[in-house]
Design a protein around this ligand. Structure first.
Ligand code: BJ8
Length: 430
């Protein structure tokens, strides 16, 4: 589609609050322009991702509605634990519903306590304020028993949309795997009911390959960022990983691979995104859902390069592939169960793999420091920070702990702290 369409009739049909939605698009557009479009020396292949962002409430929603007209179903999720291969195998479309902006917070706070994680208040706010076309387009929404705030919020969402909640174990012992496999099978049954289709070895095999291909492309992007100087800014890489939750997976994979072709040749020519010699940092912790670009913008404005994200909107979400050797349905389900249980979310206990992954990433990318990011009131990641701190200090890797929410009120204070950290890294560097 070449020229801008008028999507208002579609938004009206979906039941969006048009006035609130206009406000959201304005804030979103202004923020995107400031954070993204003013960067110098961006890779040309980011043009595709700019286009996706510009059409994320337009063309992409129209694609979803067209698919629904053909009898396909849209299934919303909030967590990388939900096995999207099953949705895809059944001809469904999986969309991420986590939100990263301070929209509809007053509405959310009519239902939820103020001192709750901003990610939860944000997705509730988007839904309750009627400004999220993805939520409106969903035929069913899948929750999961990760943190307490999320699982209790799903009970409230039930009043406005059909919700199915997967039970996640809290540990990773053999009996937890048994529970998780039963949950994956129940989830498959729910998806079969909603889509009116059956999972077969053929359609599941193809879906596993499609999602693995997308993960392979994201891993390739991760690999390109090992180069020094980094050929892409951290915020651009984050954007790509945020878009993975919304875009058509095959088209997305092709676009990421095209971006990687460009990045690999930039790396060969030592072409830098942000300026040679900047300190390199990993950001680790809570996920940054679209359009949460607050911290990356601050960090890169301070003159550091973010070269990796140890996060679910980052390598935690795509690090592991599903074993593709399964032939029977049972083998494939087992492979899915095992792959998803490798995700090292702080909601699990113990969760020592995550600390190991942070150390591995820091060493592999030759970083100068780690920024640990927690969303205020996110107990699992806030508590786990202590172990991260101990492990990094044992290796002599500097750590900056950032706790914030989606508001803009603390930007000045954060900038000051990040500036001081980056200056310290530069001094160690020289
Ligand atoms: S697998 S990180 S996507 S649960 S930030 S809502 S944990 S209070 S998002 Fe997550 Fe799945 Fe884990 Fe990943 Fe709760 Fe923390 Fe808020 Fe969070």
């Amino acid at each position: 589609m070449d020229k801008k369409q008028d999507y208002r009739p579609m938004w009206t049909e979906l039941g969006l609050d048009l006035e609130g939605h206009d406000g959201l698009l304005k804030v979103f557009g202004d923020s995107y322009s400031e954070v993204y479009l003013h960067q110098e020396n961006r890779p040309g292949a980011m043009e595709y991702f700019d286009f996706v962002v510009s059409e994320c409430h337009g063309l992409r929603i129209k694609e979803l509605m067209d698919a629904k007209d053909e009898g396909r179903k849209v299934i919303g999720t909030f967590c990388v634990y939900v096995p999207e291969e099953i949705i895809l195998a059944l001809g469904g479309i999986s969309v991420g519903l986590c939100a990263g902006a301070e929209i509809g917070m007053e509405k959310a706070e009519e239902y939820l306590p103020r001192n709750l994680c901003a990610l939860i208040k944000s997705f509730m706010g988007f839904e309750l304020a009627g400004v999220c076309p993805y939520f409106k387009a969903c035929d069913i929404v899948i929750g999961e028993t990760t943190c307490d705030g999320k699982k209790k919020a799903y009970e409230l969402l039930e009043d406005i949309k059909e919700i199915y909640v997967m039970e996640l174990p809290q540990k990773k012992e053999e009996e937890d795997r048994v529970l998780w496999k039963a949950e994956v099978l129940k989830f498959a049954e729910v998806c079969e009911r909603v889509t009116g289709r059956k999972i077969t070895p053929e359609n599941l095999k193809e879906a596993i390959k499609t999602v693995n291909d997308r993960r392979r492309a994201q891993l390739r992007l991760r690999g390109a960022r090992r180069a020094s100087p980094t050929p892409i800014s951290g915020r651009d890489a984050l954007l790509v990983n945020q878009i993975a939750f919304y875009d058509n997976p095959v088209r997305f994979t092709g676009s990421v691979n095209k971006l990687c072709d460009e990045l690999e040749s930039r790396a060969e020519g030592k072409e830098s995104a942000n300026g040679n010699g900047a300190p390199r940092v990993v950001v680790s912790g809570c996920p940054m859902a679209l359009p949460n670009w607050k911290l990356p913008f601050i960090v890169e404005s301070s003159g550091a390069d973010i070269v990796a994200e140890e996060s679910c909107v980052g390598e935690r979400g795509f690090r592991a592939l599903v074993d593709e050797s399964g032939e029977t349905l049972d083998e494939m389900i087992d492979n899915l169960v095992d792959r998803y249980l490798t995700i090292d979310c702080a909601c699990f206990t113990p969760n020592l793999e995550r600390v190991e992954h942070i150390l591995e990433t820091a060493k592999e990318f030759g970083v100068d420091g780690v920024i640990h990011y927690t969303i205020s009131c996110c107990t699992p990641y806030m508590v786990e920070e202590k172990k991260v701190d101990e492990a990094l200090s044992a290796e002599g890797i500097p750590l900056l702990k950032i706790e914030t929410d989606y508001s803009q009120g603390d930007i000045g204070q954060l900038q000051t702290r990040v500036d001081a950290f980056v200056e310290m890294l530069k001094a160690r560097h020289s």
